[in-house]
Design a protein around this ligand. Structure first.
Ligand code: GLN
Length: 271
């Protein structure tokens, strides 16, 4: 389903978004048992971290038909969520919902944390608290192999597709270009493959996945136009107890090479 140019979801519109969540009804949950590494933890209750994600963002999160690290959910973020829970003697639960609904669900207490390849932005920082960043990303332009687009300004007179609520939408909007916003990355790619759009602006690692899966398209980078973005885990404002746990685990996974290993593994993994 297409949606035309929209601003970012108003994260303060709790009531409206809560209704949308109920209406969407496609939420899926899955849990994994965390091995308790905390000797002081009693076996009577293993607490659960309710993570939210949007499993439409390979290699960070996707639904695997071969089974994932947490139920059917697989990807870099899913492996990290599992490890964060295990490091704290807890279980990880994955709630799959629309990207636009994630921060509202955090704010209204439906989720404990969001792990969704989510870029830290000033606007989002007003609504939630972010962990230490764990990954550096950038936007790229996916085009047909014979496209004349070689830099961001070449998009000026082209048909541009973005994904609703992603930072790619904000970046294109800030450039002042008209665009069409799609619900899913795969929908935007289909438009490109069908020749109905000229360019899809999306995060680089995800773009590389789509390019691997579809013939005749390539990524065009423009480091002057697209700044580096940092992915981090989000928690509700003031939830420092959980944030400290997440930060300790992330710092460990960066220091011991886990994050790099996961990024390398999932870059080549089949969905
Ligand atoms: N990094 C982009 C953002 O934060 C896209 C994230 C995603 O789709 N999961 O908006």
């Amino acid at each position: 389903m297409k949606k035309f140019t929209k601003t970012l979801a108003m994260v303060t519109a709790v009531v409206i978004a809560a209704m949308a969540l109920t209406a969407c009804g496609a939420q899926k949950k899955d849990e994994t048992a965390g091995k308790s590494t905390d000797a002081a933890q009693t076996s009577t209750e293993t607490k659960t971290i309710k993570f939210g994600t949007n499993a439409e963002f390979p290699p960070f999160e996707f639904v695997s038909n071969k089974g994932g690290v947490i139920g059917e959910f697989d990807g870099i973020d899913m492996a990290m969520a599992k490890q964060i829970a295990e490091d704290n003697g807890m279980k990880a639960e994955i709630n799959n919902m629309e990207f636009d609904s994630l921060l509202v669900a955090l704010q209204n207490g439906q989720l404990d944390a969001v792990i969704a390849g989510m870029t830290v932005t000033d606007e989002r920082k007003e609504a939630v608290d972010f962990s230490e960043p764990y990954y550096t990303a950038t936007q790229v332009m996916i085009v047909k192999n014979d496209s004349p687009i070689t830099k961001a300004s070449d998009m000026a007179d082209k048909k541009i597709a973005v994904i609703q609520g992603y930072t790619g939408e904000t970046v294109v909007k800030d450039m002042g270009y008209k665009y069409e916003a799609f619900k899913k990355g795969t929908d935007a790619i289909m438009e490109l493959m069908n020749g109905k759009t000229d360019v899809v602006v999306i995060d680089k690692a995800t773009a590389e996945k789509y390019i691997k899966d579809n013939d005749g398209i390539k990524a065009v980078e423009d480091s002057e136009a697209f700044e580096d973005e940092k992915y981090a885990v989000a928690v509700a404002k003031g939830n420092t107890e959980l944030l400290n746990k997440i930060n300790k685990s992330i710092e460990k996974m960066i220091a011991d090479g886990t994050v790099n290993e996961l990024a390398a593994k999932y870059a080549v993994a089949e969905d």
